[in-house]
Structure formats: C-alpha cells, structure tokens
Design a protein around this ligand. Structure first.
Ligand code: PGA
Length: 262
C-alpha cells in the first residue's frame, strides 16, 4: 500500500494530436492496463475529442482507471467568447482536470500571468482540478533565475486562487527547455525545484505544502520515469509525447505505482 499522503498522478497531454482512428487504437492499447488503483491517471485529449475518448474508455470498461481532462479553458462561464470553452462545459462533459498555463499557451498564444490566474480561479470554482504549469526557459536557467521565475509564476496564480485551493490542485513544474526536446531535467535538478517550491509554500502554510501534488513534465519517458519518481518531492508526471504511445504511457504509470510504494 502507498502510505504517502500525496497520491501519485500521471497526466497525459496529447497536445494537438489525435483522430478518431488514433483514439480507437490508443484506448485499445491502454486496455492492457494492469490497474494501478494507487495512481491517479488522466488523459487530456484535444477538447473536440473528449467525448469520443470517454466513449472509447467506456467501451473497454476503463472509465474508472482513466479520468479525463482538457488542455485549456476560458475564465468565464458562458457568453460571447467565440471559440472558447468554459469550465462548466468541461465539467458537463465529464472532465475532472484542466491544464492551465502550459508554456505553449504562454509562448504561442501570449497568455499572461493575469489570464492564467483568472483561468485557474474559474476552473477551481467550477469544480475542476487545475494543473498549474510553471517553468523556466533555458536562458533563465542559465542566468540562475529558475526559482525566481517559478515562484513568480505561482505567486501570480495565487493572486486570484486562494492558497487553500492548492491542497486539491496540481502544480506541474515543466522546464521549457525540456518540453518536447528530449532533454529531461535530471531527477536531481527536478527534485531541487520541487523541494524549493514545497519549502516556499510551507512558509505560507505547512499543511498545504505537504498536500499539494507537484508533477514534473518535460520529455518524461518509460526509460527516465523511475529516476524521477524516486525523488521524494516528485509526485508524478505531466507527459506529452509519450502519452500518445499506449505502451510508453502504461509503463510510466506503472513506474509511478512502483516508485511511490513505501
Ligand atoms: P513532452 O511534453 O513530454 O513531450 O516533453 C510535456 C508537456 O508539454 O506537458
């Protein structure tokens, strides 16, 4: 049994990838799941396909093993916001999670700290579990600013999201230089940031710092998952590329299950 007070968690971020055929194949591959009840696992497909993935999970009786999430959300409940999706709509469609502030949203779609904070609050109030992404660029790391950057990003979210919400939210530390590049932070590099974040939160509220789930993201694969998950402050992973390969994704889930057994 896992006696850890934070349940390990593995989230698959499919990004803008998928098709009806791909969903059938991937979910069929996931049906080899050996059932890891001690790990929270979720799939975040493109919003358009959420219902399709849900149906495929039901076809294989996998809906209790894999939760659903979205990759983005808007901060209003409804109205004249062409092209957007509200948190309430995601809840209505069966989503449990939503990724917020991913570096691709920050860089390619110019999402700033204020918008990300508003989205986080709206998602939380609608009953979703926000996955709050933070991370430094290669230049910021080289300048020794990693911790300053991730704290600033988290602090900006906490301007709008009450600290208490972090106890049931997820932080994803994703160094920008490691996303989709094949360059993974070493377990020690990632652990150093996770531990510093937890310390920093602990100064504000020790109980919340203990409870908040902090995932690592950035080129996580079956081959490097054990090393990362063996670190005490790394509670799981936000997985991009490897999440659309059923075999890889299941191995990462298995690794979380194995490494977090105490
Ligand atoms: P990656 O993506 O695993 O492909 O590096 C991670 C992410 O963007 O969440």
């Amino acid at each position: 049994m896992i006696s850890h007070f934070r349940k390990p968690c593995v989230i698959g971020n499919w990004k803008m990838q998928g098709s009806r055929e791909m969903i059938s194949n991937l979910v069929s591959g996931l049906s080899a799941n050996k059932n890891y009840p001690e790990v929270d696992i979720a799939l975040c497909p493109p919003t358009l396909y959420i219902e399709r993935v849900q149906a495929a999970l039901e076809d294989y009786a996998l809906q209790d093993h894999f939760a659903l999430g979205a990759q983005n959300v808007y901060c209003e409940s409804g109205g004249a916001f062409t092209g957007e999706t509200s948190p309430e709509m995601l809840v209505d469609m069966g989503c449990r999670y939503v990724i917020i502030g991913h570096s691709e949203r920050r860089q390619l779609f110019f999402e700033d700290d204020t918008l990300i904070a508003r989205k986080s609050r709206a998602a939380y109030h609608a009953g979703l579990i926000p996955i709050l992404c933070i991370g430094e660029t290669a230049a910021e790391r080289a300048a020794g600013k990693t911790f300053e950057i991730v704290c600033r990003q988290l602090q900006a979210i906490l301007e709008k999201l009450p600290l208490v919400a972090l106890a049931t939210s997820i932080i994803a530390y994703e160094p920008v230089w490691a996303i989709g590049t094949g360059l993974t932070a070493t377990p020690e590099q990632a652990e150093a940031v996770h531990a510093s974040l937890r310390d920093w939160l602990g100064k504000q509220d020790p109980e919340i710092a203990k409870k908040v789930c902090i995932l690592y993201g950035g080129s996580v694969k079956a081959e490097n998952a054990d090393g990362l998950f063996s670190m005490p402050n790394i509670d799981g992973a936000l997985v991009g590329g490897a999440s659309i390969d059923a075999g890889q994704f299941l191995k990462i889930c298995q690794s979380a299950f194995k490494c977090k057994q105490i």
